[in-house]
Write a protein that binds this ligand. Structure first.
Ligand SMILES: Cc1cc2nc3c(=O)[nH]c(=O)nc-3n(C[C@H](O)[C@H](O)[C@H](O)COP(=O)(O)O)c2cc1C
Length: 452
């Protein structure tokens, strides 16, 4: 397979982000790849794009590898994308994915930028890994990188990629088709939480649910929120803050913990109402406050079956993504009854199954990292009242206040005082990036040795 890495970092070979691709090669997951130093060679490419154009055309997978720069990509990579379009390079049908490093500040906007541009270019966009710049130095980050690339390869094998909400949409609804009942052996569980009025059953939603159930090999527990005897919406009384029990005696808190949160995956299904998931579904969401700010389902994949024209509901798509990110759930996909629901539902069912079987997880993006920082500070301040949350945050190491990284703070003072030394300063610009790469190179070297 021809993999072309577009290295968008102005640091070139000294890019931290690029180390992830070297690491993947050291693991043996990425056999070989061509690297195009877009970040450093953009001026030459503006004069002569032939080599870049040829490499792009030869590639099966185009991997955008770059640092997040001020909400978007570095200007050099931005210019490179302009050049591909100006030169009319035909990339349609090729696969694309992206890897970034950053501190997660607005990483989701830049990932969307690349995704949208991939769609402009007719690329089959699979997804992205948004790593913290330190992630590769830890086993968890290394595992996430390996899992991400295996997921990319699985998608290519499977012929699956992300839906293009903007350009592929015809805004036409089609009813999913349902084949005969599948009698495969089932393993694992999915809680399928849906909102369907029994008095006026929504046939579109029902068809989506049926098709999903039929496709997946997970045991589906169907939970119609209309049938749950909710006593009412969350009262915001904070009664649950101390011990996690709700003032309502309708049994929802126990039901949620024992039947929904215990499943291997959760599927949410609803019809779009008033640009949202409808008030019944919202009641279900609010009542989850009995778990406070605890990410009790973290690590489990989620998916959505949405009845309606989701391409017109950008805010709702943001809510869906942010909800998964803050909860620590891998969003395996959103299938809606727009355009080609059968394909979308099958893809969602297969991806959910892949995620359950491989325990697939991704690092959080800005929504998740930023959201949890706000909650971290809130729970720390309210620990006297929000006792269950406080216990959970302590147990899971959520109190990662910056002042705890004392070694890092001291190291920065040392670097700063060295930089104030005029003789040393002349040498530092070169040595700084190389010095910063040393721990990454050590990880790659160790991986290569272990592999060999
Ligand atoms: C000009 C500039 C802008 C940056 N903007 C962001 C940003 O918006 N969000 C963020 O999380 N990190 C930001 N960063 C941090 C980089 O993304 C981070 O240091 C990255 O790991 C560098 O990777 P590289 O060595 O591959 O270039 C910025 C860094 C620079 C120099």
């Amino acid at each position: 397979m021809n993999i072309l890495v577009l290295n968008g970092s102005p640091a070139g070979k000294n890019s931290i982000t690029l180390q992830t691709t070297e690491y993947l090669q050291a693991c043996g997951l990425m056999e070989s790849c061509r690297i195009l130093d877009v970040g450093q060679r953009i001026k030459a490419m503006e004069k002569d794009f032939r080599e870049a154009g040829e490499l792009l055309v030869q590639a099966d997978l185009i991997l955008f590898v770059y640092p997040v720069y001020t909400f978007l990509v570095p200007s050099q990579l931005h210019r490179f994308i302009e050049l591909i379009k100006e030169k009319n390079i035909d990339l349609s049908g090729k696969y694309a994915a992206q890897i970034t490093t950053s501190k997660h500040f607005y990483d989701m906007t830049v990932h969307r930028f690349i995704e949208d541009n991939c769609h402009d270019l007719g690329l089959k966009y699979i997804g992205g890994l948004s790593a913290d710049m330190d992630d590769l130095l830890h086993e968890k980050g290394q595992q996430e990188a390996r899992d991400f690339f295996s997921f990319v390869l699985w998608n290519m094998d499977h012929g699956t990629y992300k839906h293009n909400w903007i350009r592929e949409s015809t805004k036409e609804r089609h009813k999913a088709t349902v084949q005969g009942i599948n009698t495969m052996t089932r393993k694992g569980t999915a809680a399928v939480v849906y909102d369907d009025d029994p008095d006026s059953p929504d046939t579109y939603l029902q068809a989506m649910l049926e098709r999903f159930r039929n496709r997946t090999s997970l045991n589906c527990q169907m939970i119609n929120l209309r049938e749950f005897p909710f006593a009412g919406g969350c009262l915001g009384c904070f009664h649950c803050a101390v011990d996690g029990t709700c003032v309502y005696k309708d049994g929802f808190d126990t039901y949620l913990r024992e039947n929904i949160n215990s499943a291997d995956a959760v599927i949410y299904a609803f019809r779009i109402q008033d640009h949202s998931m409808g008030s019944r579904f919202k009641m279900y969401d609010d009542r989850q406050f009995c778990n406070g700010h605890r990410t009790v389902t973290m690590g489990k994949p989620v998916g959505y079956l949405v009845d309606g024209i989701l391409s017109e509901e950008e805010n709702l798509r943001t809510v869906i993504e942010a909800r998964a990110e803050v909860g620590g759930n891998f969003l395996a996909g959103i299938a809606c009854d727009e355009d080609a629901p059968d394909q979308a539902i099958d893809q969602l069912a297969d991806t959910i199954e892949y995620a359950v079987n491989h325990n697939y997880q991704q690092p959080k993006n800005f929504y998740g990292v930023g959201g949890l920082k706000i909650f971290r500070d809130l729970i720390w301040q309210m620990q006297g009242l929000m006792k269950e949350d406080h216990r959970f945050y302590k147990e899971h190491g959520f109190y990662d206040f910056p002042q705890k990284k004392k070694g890092m703070i001291v190291a920065m003072y040392v670097v700063s005082s060295l930089m104030n030394n005029k003789t040393l300063k002349k040498k530092i610009p070169v040595n700084m990036t190389e010095g910063m790469l040393m721990p990454y190179k050590a990880v790659i070297e160790k991986t290569r040795k272990n592999k060999g």
